[in-house]
Structures are given as structure tokens and as C-alpha cells.
Unconditional design. Structure first.
Length: 225
């Protein structure tokens, strides 16, 4: 008499929703890559702002120019305010440790503005860091006509933004509170750059919640006046 083979253990059936994760399109990448010690408090400060677009803008990890253009339904233009090379000691002593850069390398210090179609200043921006190694990247970083985020997106270059600081400062000339953020921008093959973006309060209202939590105050100090 032939003994029947023991039945093979039943394989667990996959849950109907189980399987390989399928990326879901989103207007923003994940807002909180919050395992970095500098990022967590900055994200918490961003969450204190009451206006949803301000919170989204402060934690956005893609092109700021593209997000502003989408929100305003207009194409923004760049105005180059100033651009020069300085010693990092003179401009960003508190930023250097966060970027992990050599203190003896001269830094490009670049100030720009984004304007809408009515010539209103939408944002005031600062970029600081070593000049790029590649000529095409140097052209992007020093362009007098094309915003940095738009130029990087046009070349399809991978980029990473790590939020460091969020705060409020007076927006001239009427000194209304305005939101700003500072972050590290990293592109493969280049040293990281420090970027600050300061937003017009009509576009990114800077009202704060009253709930407990770290407020965008003295703990967040802009690198530029």
C-alpha cells in the first residue's frame, strides 16, 4: 500500500492590498525627512504657521520657483541683486559646520529676487557656497536670468534639499512679519550650498498658531540681514 505524500504546507495567500509598493503621485516629495537633527525643529516651526500654503512652501523639497509659479499662475522673472566671492568666515560661520565644508574655500555669495508680472517682489533669496567644479554648474549658479531651481530642473539633475531653519523677519518697507526658510541644497558631484528664501507676506502669510511648540523666533536666525 502506497502512503500518500504529506500535503505541502499551504502558502499564505497575499493580502489583496499587499505586494510591491506603487508610488503615488504627489505635488510634493515627503515633507519630513525628519531623522536629521537639524530638520526636525525646522519642520515643527513650519507647522506653527496657520496658512496651508505657507506651511507647504516652507517644507517643500522641490523647486521653490515652480511651486510659486503654480500657486500664482504666472511665470516669475529673476533679478540679480548682487554676486561676489567672499571668505566663508565673513558670511556664514554658523552655516559651515552644517555643510561640512573646508573653511579655507572661498564662497560665492549671491542675492536675487523673484518678480511676478507686475514687478512685485515675490521672494528675496540668498545662495552661499563654493563655486561649482563643473563649468555648466557654475553657469547655472551664477545666471543673471534663470532661477536656480528652474535651471536644475531643466537639466534633470537630481537634487536634495534638507531644511535647516524656519523663521519670521520684517518685510520692508512696512516691516510686516514675513516667513523665511534656510536649507542645504545638494547636487551630485558638487559641494552643498546653503539657500535662504524670504517670502512676501501677501503670498505666504506669516500668522502663527497659538498652540505650544517651537515658534519661529530667536532660535532661527537669518544668515543675511
Amino acid at each position: 500500500m502506497t502512503r500518500p505524500h504529506p500535503a505541502a504546507p499551504a502558502r499564505p495567500r497575499p493580502h489583496p492590498r499587499a505586494g510591491r509598493a506603487v508610488p503615488v503621485p504627489s505635488p510634493d516629495p515627503p515633507q519630513n525627512r525628519g531623522d536629521h537633527p537639524c530638520t526636525r525643529p525646522a519642520v515643527l516651526r513650519a507647522e506653527r504657521f496657520t496658512h496651508p500654503f505657507t506651511r507647504r512652501l516652507l517644507t517643500h523639497q522641490g523647486s521653490t520657483t515652480a511651486l510659486l509659479e503654480q500657486h500664482l499662475a504666472t511665470r516669475l522673472t529673476l533679478r540679480l541683486v548682487s554676486q561676489n566671492v567672499q571668505s566663508p568666515h565673513a558670511v556664514a560661520a554658523t552655516v559651515l559646520p552644517l555643510l561640512g565644508l573646508d573653511t579655507d574655500v572661498p564662497w560665492l555669495v549671491r542675492r536675487t529676487e523673484l518678480h511676478d508680472g507686475s514687478a512685485r517682489v515675490v521672494s528675496r533669496n540668498l545662495v552661499m557656497g563654493p563655486l561649482p567644479r563643473r563649468p555648466e554648474m557654475a553657469g547655472i549658479l551664477t545666471s543673471a536670468t534663470v532661477p536656480l531651481g528652474r535651471a536644475l530642473a531643466g537639466l534633470r539633475l537630481p537634487q536634495e534639499r534638507r531644511l535647516l531653519r524656519v523663521g519670521r523677519s520684517p518685510w520692508p518697507p512696512r516691516s510686516r512679519p514675513a516667513a523665511w526658510r534656510g536649507y542645504v541644497l545638494a547636487v551630485p558631484g558638487e559641494s552643498p550650498w546653503y539657500v535662504e528664501e524670504f517670502f512676501h507676506p501677501d503670498i505666504a502669510p506669516a500668522h502663527l498658531r497659538t498652540a505650544p511648540g517651537p515658534a519661529p523666533g530667536p532660535a532661527a536666525t537669518r544668515a543675511t540681514p
